[in-house]
Write a protein that binds this ligand. Structure first.
Ligand SMILES: Nc1ncnc2c1ncn2[C@@H]1O[C@H](COP(=O)(O)OP(=O)(O)OP(=O)(O)O)[C@@H](O)[C@H]1O
Length: 291
């Protein structure tokens, strides 16, 4: 169990990236959803003990994390947003090296673990190839292999599926959900679909604060009867947006499909829609999604 209380962070340039974040996160995949700049990476780096917050506490299984980062790091796996690798070094060599850095000094134990992780992440056949030449999906799977070194109790993955093609993304999802059976996994992302597919619990972060938290299906149910749709001419979108709470405005065959949040049909042209997680996301952000 990971308990985050009152985490705040203001950068030296005055940007208040986190404004008192409280979250309690149990075993399994937890989705942390938020737009660019919401503070997700700042929170992930804080949990990874790579930067200190101005205030707040974090505990993992009852033990304080920020007081003793060194000890905590051994229980932690982290796949950062930008994962750099040394050019020309094979997956096997690099993973072995990272295992050593993580304190797995016994040669035999290290080899056993490295081999098992390369197999688990479906990279065994590529173990002698340079990671720098891997495809995006293989690289991210390697990122998971290194994050799992040392059997961490908490695994943090920051925007891991950006740039992956659908097949690679699927494969990566399966790997993540497998891992989530045993440990706390925090998946930070701006992709609603990732959270919908993978996470039994989630939170939405916006402007450095948690604006929504819970079970995705329950959050969707709360919007039942409040989401309305209408197809309009592109030129009319602005006038609808001025008087209604537009959740999203998406082009469809040259016209615009509006999804609106309202307690009753705004006018006769609107039909009731089944809410989805994207509606929850945009309702929480209080802004319209991309047209
Ligand atoms: N080192 C830094 N110095 C100053 N400001 C920063 C720094 N890192 C992040 N910020 C600012 O803090 C805010 C939160 O950034 P953060 O990277 O945590 O958000 P994010 O939700 O992860 O977004 P993204 O998906 O774009 O990474 C942003 O306004 C960002 O510009």
């Amino acid at each position: 169990m990971l308990i985050i209380q009152g985490i705040t962070k203001t950068y030296p340039n005055g940007v208040q990236a986190l404004r008192g974040v409280d979250l309690t996160i149990g075993r399994g995949l937890f989705g942390l959803l938020g737009p660019n700049g919401a503070g997700k990476s700042t929170l992930m780096r804080t949990l990874a003990t790579l930067q200190a917050p101005d205030a707040g506490t974090v505990s993992l299984d009852g033990r304080p994390v920020l007081d003793d980062p060194q000890a905590h790091r051994r229980a932690l796996g982290y796949l950062p947003q930008d994962f750099g690798v040394y050019p020309g070094v094979s997956a096997l060599e690099l993973l072995d090296h990272l295992a050593l850095l993580k304190g797995i000094t016994d040669r035999r134990a290290r080899r056993t673990q490295v081999d098992a992780l390369l197999a688990q992440t479906n990279l065994w056949a590529h173990r002698k190839h340079a990671v720098s030449g891997f495809s995006g999906g293989m690289r991210q799977r390697f990122g998971i292999a290194q994050a799992l070194l040392g059997d961490p109790r908490l695994v943090i993955v920051d925007e891991p599926t950006a740039g992956l093609d659908p097949e690679e993304r699927n494969r990566f999802h399966n790997l993540l959900s497998e891992i989530g059976e045993n440990v706390v996994v925090i998946l930070s992302t701006h992709i609603v679909e990732d959270v919908r597919q993978l996470c039994p619990r989630m939170a939405i972060l916006a402007g450095g604060a948690v604006v929504r938290e819970g079970v995705p299906d329950a959050l969707v149910d709360e919007l039942h009867g409040r989401v309305w749709g209408r197809t309009v001419a592109k030129s009319d979108v602005a006038s609808y947006a001025a008087r209604l709470r537009v959740l999203s405005a998406q082009l469809h065959a040259g016209r615009t499909r509006l999804r609106v949040l309202a307690d009753a049909a705004p006018d006769d042209g609107f039909e009731p829609l089944a809410p989805d997680l994207e509606d929850v996301y945009f309702a929480a952000l209080g802004t319209a999604g991309a047209a």
